[in-house]
Ligand binder design. Sequence first.
Ligand SMILES: C[S@@+](CC[C@H](N)C(=O)[O-])C[C@H]1O[C@@H](n2cnc3c(N)ncnc32)[C@H](O)[C@@H]1O
Length: 271
Amino acid sequence: MALPSLRERASDAVEIMDDPACDPERLTRTYADFRIVNAMVSGLRGTYRRDIRPALSRARPSTLLDIGSGGGDVARALARWAARDGLRLEVTAIDPDARAHAYATSLPPLPGLTFRRARSSDLVAEGARFDVVVSNHVLHHLGPAELGGLLFDSERLARRCVLHSDIERGRLAYLGFGLGTWPFFRHSFIRADGLTSIRRSFTAGELRDAVPAGWRVTREPPFRLVLRWDAPADSPRLPVPVEIDPRTGQSRPHGPISPGHPPGRPGATDA
Ligand SMILES: C[S@@+](CC[C@H](N)C(=O)[O-])C[C@H]1O[C@@H](n2cnc3c(N)ncnc32)[C@H](O)[C@@H]1O
């Protein structure tokens, strides 16, 4: 297997599933295969146990938003685990892509789980809020303006904390994924898009430099980055944006992202 240069982010590389004209059957199988890949590489179970479960209660209902939910398996897993633990959790999963929304809603419904075809900026405009906001494998899809918009929206949507999880670019991640998936997933875009995703992904240092103050980057096994923001205990509700970027449909940070910190200013700290 040829190893491409992973020195820099391949921001121009395009995933097949992001092409609106890609083969719909293979795309459907890709959404289905996300469940297997996420179970192997997302580290979601650890994130649930360590960061989400302690925030939930048996007595009081909590809310969680999954941004960029794709085929919906992350939202389904979180809703299932919380129910199994006897915790009250309402999960909302959003994705603006009609194909992802159609796939996610074609599966049997789960109590406490709602799928919506929407962007994070739509929910901000509605004034929606959630105790916990998460995403998985979304950051590497975004350009700088879209990343700024997503983080800006996340701060407004989260009452308690935000956890954006993604792959970390690196040779071992690329080789491991390439070899581990080589005989499988022949009928979906999982292998090709997974390798492209790794080429598009951030390193921990790059992500720290790309996010505003208040956001923290941690590295988790296997080859994961978790970008976290905690709502300050005494903070007033953050203002909703007045600008949506007509090109991306995302919120456009037009003032300070966090009180006192200009958007895009490197300031994330190591955990
Ligand atoms: C690779 S998919 C990840 C799917 C799923 N989270 C998973 O782990 O299997 C990335 C998704 O993010 C969505 N997306 C990108 N920006 C978004 C935004 N601002 N709000 C909601 N969804 C967004 C895209 O439409 C795409 O379906």
